[in-house]
Ligand binder design. Structure first.
Ligand code: NAP
Ligand code: GFB
Length: 319
């Protein structure tokens, strides 16, 4: 009988894991297994910056396994604005969750880092051995160092995943604080509706790898069940899937059906130019894994946003 607690269960990645567990056939490779109970916790069940509230959450659910996703998360511009808050909040959340898991003898924890923890002054591609090689990019100093601390020794089966940039349903579509794909989808939908220019921040030249949240969800479920090594594991599409921000913006313009004026605001930061991650170790362990084609994943994300605009996280902007 295993009880799996997903911290951050109400966010982009948490909702994707919930979707996979609820829609994949029971007993299938990524489906719910007999005897499993899944708990998807949001911050309303306890502020994990508070050690007492964190302990209470573990006391309430007594999880045998934890997928630790909860974090203060944001795109480039939010990270650049709130470096100290990102460092402080995520260090508190990570320390409290790992400490409570340790004191409650949780048998396994899979925590979540990000490819932004890697320095951009290392030989590419990024792989699992380079997490602590050199300082992270200055644009996300706080978040990256808080995430690196997760990779410290607890002497038990506490491991971690390193996803690349993620997108999908239930993302944060706030125009300023979001990541690039949800941010540009929201901007493009508003530009089409209001007949205003579609403005992409930066030069459009930086390169990124994007994983669909529902693919990442399956890989988290696989890692929880089948990966028993404390060394972190990159969860990503292949290096050959690296695309420029301009290519992403072009794909969003096509998907939204925008025909107006489309410009780049080069006064805004580009951040890290690229962070190409190798998924060789993952594929050598998980075997054949079908990633959702980017266009199909983008179509499903835009459709979800348009169908759920009223409940989506859009910051203060409402129709
Ligand atoms: P998200 O959509 O912003 O969701 C964050 C989740 O954390 C929500 O469930 C939120 O609860 C919870 N949370 C935040 N602060 C909390 C607190 N003080 N106490 C308790 N819960 C709290 O984030 P996401 O994109 O799903 O990210 C999930 C994980 O993936 C994070 O660890 C993130 O660093 C990592 N990651 C994300 C990306 C990406 O591109 N999105 C890339 C690499 C790694 P509420 O809903 O109640 O606020
Ligand atoms: O997704 P994003 O915010 O995160 O930005 P990072 C990616 C790129 O998109 C940058 C450009 O080069 C931005 O200049 N961009 C263009 C935009 N238009 C927009 C827009 O409207 N909104 C946003 N947000 N970007 C984050 C880290 O870096 O990656 C986080 O700061 C986290 O800590 C996350 O690790 C996964 O990939 O640059």
């Amino acid at each position: 009988m295993s009880r799996i607690l997903v911290t951050g269960g109400s966010g982009l990645v948490g909702k994707a894991i919930k979707y996979v567990i609820e829609t994949e056939p029971e007993g299938s490779k990524f489906g719910k297994q007999p005897g499993e109970t899944w708990i998807f916790a949001s911050s309303s069940e306890g502020d994990l910056r508070d050690p007492v509230a964190t302990d209470a959450l573990f006391e309430k659910y007594k999880p045998t396994h934890v997928i630790h996703l909860a974090a203060l998360v944001g795109g480039l511009f939010k990270n650049m604005k709130y470096k100290l808050t990102f460092l402080r909040d995520n260090t508190l959340i990570n320390d409290n969750v790992l400490r409570s898991a340790y004191t409650h003898q949780t048998s396994k924890v899979v925590s979540c880092l990000s490819t932004c923890v890697f320095s951009d002054k290392v030989e590419y591609p990024l792989d699992e051995n380079k997490v602590h090689l050199g300082p992270p990019h200055e644009s996300n100093f706080g978040y990256a160092h808080a995430k690196r601390m997760v990779d410290e020794e607890f002497g038990c089966n506490f491991t971690s995943a390193i996803p690349t940039n993620v997108f999908g349903p239930y993302d944060n579509f706030d125009l300023e604080d979001s990541h690039v794909i949800p941010g540009l989808i929201h901007k493009c939908v508003l530009a089409k509706k209001n007949g205003t220019p579609f403005v992409v921040s930066g030069t459009g030249k930086p390169l990124r790898q994007f994983i669909y949240s529902r693919d990442l969800a399956k890989l988290f479920i696989w890692q929880l069940r089948h990966y028993d090594d404390v060394e972190p594991l990159i969860l990503s599409v292949g290096e050959d899937e690296e695309v420029s921000i301009k290519q992403v913006a072009d794909a969003i313009v096509k998907e939204v059906g925008f025909e107006g004026n489309y410009v780049f605001d080069t006064t805004r930061a580009d951040g890290q130019f690229r962070k190409p991650a190798s998924n060789k170790k993952l594929l050598s362990l998980v075997g054949d894994f079908q990633f959702t084609p980017f266009e199909q994943a983008l179509h499903e994300t835009v459709k979800w946003f348009l169908d759920n605009y009223d409940i989506a996280r859009t910051g203060s902007v409402k129709k």
